[in-house]
Design a protein around this ligand. Structure first.
Ligand code: ATP
Length: 474
């Protein structure tokens, strides 16, 4: 949620933009993907075969201790003498009696064992899956259940500890009360405990996130059928969250993970570390910038509708391979929203929002709610870059333009088609693209009161697959 760099990291910054590279792009097809890092596709004999590389197990190394003992009967093996393979960086223990590094992260090594002292369940660390604001997520082996899990080990700091308890509480409530059958694409929580002052949350083990998937696909869009499949699942999750009155507050491609389970292309929503209840919205600095809704940006009251905005941004990104609103700063973000959507947040929001004066100037009488719409004019106008600079005494950060077109309709319609696509398929896809535009319009709607709910969105032809004929007055 930083304000300095884009949320989508260095790979995105290095992207050369839309152009010939994009035009010659092969659109992603599910069967072309290799999810497992140690797999490769072997097709020498013309048949496709996935090869999973296993660790080398040679006879001599397998029985090496016995071999040494035969050579030297005095040889004794002790696990403590093994060199440590550090998974946490920095790996110098300076806090919490040497258990934590300078960032308050527990220093993990391969085969490090964490124990839930209440149940005596052991978690043997095998790898680190990711890092985040809250701590580290490790892949662990649980001998008791003979299974792998993802263990989120929260930093040893009170603020993170407290917020992580919210994640535990939200996920436990969702699991027990709202989704006991695991039908709503929300990550399952299995266990939680405190180890060496670190709150540890155990989750089902998931796979690649959607940002990584786009990256694997060289920042080209995914196929419309897979976007439809993912949209349906995310909407099931968002419907559940709305019913439970929970706002995720950090929906983005990095927080949607593919499942390792047998079902093809199943996804789950993760990271409820910023979640809050709809009737308890205390924080104003929420949502990762590219996916931040206009009401949060403007400092207006917010509801579960902010997740629908982020969802719209995600759907667009899955199609375009690039974020729809890659704002380098909040001003840049707002500027892009207004340009691409061809409108601005309604006056009733601008009138009440705390940050309106950061981005807008007053150009007329402040109308009562709805009046500005009736006469088609707003009392507010977005500041120019020069006006912003004069007000804030600094130049606004403006990012690169990635699209050759300025409005949503043109960006989606003119996005390059898959190479060598037969004419009939182009016609078919162009129809689905019209449905996609209409779908996105209902999600990235600047007026939070008019934005579609998850239930409304799930009835749209883009999701149901019904033929799209005209704009849906949902
Ligand atoms: N259940 C899981 N299975 C596999 N990997 C996971 C799982 N949960 C999290 N991860 C990995 O760990 C990373 C960090 O997890 P998470 O987003 O929950 O942490 P965070 O500290 O809240 O992150 P952020 O800074 O984005 O808020 C994820 O991006 C993902 O790569």
């Amino acid at each position: 949620m930083d304000e300095v760099g884009p949320s989508n990291q260095e790979e995105f910054k290095g992207y050369s933009g839309l152009g010939t590279e994009q035009e010659s792009a092969l659109r992603w097809r599910p069967r072309q993907l290799v999810f497992r890092p140690y797999s490769s596709i072997n097709g020498a004999d013309g048949k496709l075969r996935v090869v999973v590389r296993k660790p080398l197990v040679a006879r001599l190394t397998k029985d090496i201790i016995e071999t040494y003992q035969i050579c030297n009967p005095k040889f004794e093996y002790s696990e403590e003498l093994n060199p440590k393979w550090f998974l946490t960086s920095p790996s110098v223990g300076v806090l919490n009696n040497g258990h934590d590094n300078v960032n308050s992260d527990l220093i993990l090594t391969v085969n490090f064992v964490l124990i839930n002292l209440e149940t005596r369940r052991r978690y043997i660390v095998k790898n680190v899956l990711g890092h985040g604001t809250f701590g580290q997520v490790a892949k662990c082996w649980v001998p008791e259940t003979s299974s792998f899990v993802a263990l989120k080990i929260i930093k040893n700091q009170p603020a993170y500890y407290q917020q992580a308890l919210v994640e535990v509480s939200v996920l436990t409530t969702l699991k027990k009360k709202y989704d006991p059958e695991d039908e709503h694409h929300i990550v399952r929580i299995y266990d939680y405990f405190v180890y060496q002052h670190h709150l540890c949350i155990c989750f089902e083990l998931l796979d690649t996130n959607l940002y990584e998937l786009i990256k694997i696909n060289h920042f080209r869009g995914l196929s419309l059928s897979i976007i439809q499949l993912f949209s349906k699942q995310i909407l099931r999750g968002l419907t559940l969250l709305k019913d439970a009155g929970i706002i995720h507050c950090d929906l983005k491609p990095e927080n949607i993970l593919l499942c390792t389970s047998v079902k093809p292309a199943e996804i789950k929503i993760i990271d409820f570390g910023s979640a809050c209840m709809e009737d308890w919205t205390v924080y104003s600095y929420i949502q990762s910038r590219y996916y931040r809704s206009p009401e949060v940006l403007l400092g207006y009251q917010y509801t579960t509708a902010i997740d629908m905005w982020s969802f719209g941004c995600i759907v667009a990104e899955l199609f375009l391979g690039l974020p729809l609103f890659p704002g380098a700063s909040e001003f840049d973000l707002l500027r892009r929203m207004v340009e691409i959507l061809g409108g601005q947040p309604p006056d009733y929001v601008l009138k009440e929002a705390k940050n309106t004066s950061k981005f807008f100037k007053c150009v007329g009488r402040i109308h009562n709610i709805g009046n500005s719409e009736v006469c088609g004019r707003s009392a507010y106008q977005v500041l120019t870059e020069e006006e912003y600079e004069a007000r804030e005494l600094k130049k606004p950060l403006i990012g690169k333009e990635y699209f050759n077109h300025k409005n949503l309709e043109a960006i989606v319609t003119c996005y390059p088609y898959q190479k060598n696509l037969p004419k009939e398929d182009i016609i078919k896809e162009s129809q689905i693209r019209l449905a996609l535009i209409d779908f996105l319009r209902g999600l990235v709607e600047l007026d939070p009161a008019k934005r579609w709910s998850p239930f409304q969105a799930s009835k749209h032809p883009f999701v149901t697959g019904e033929p799209f004929t005209c704009h849906m007055p949902i």
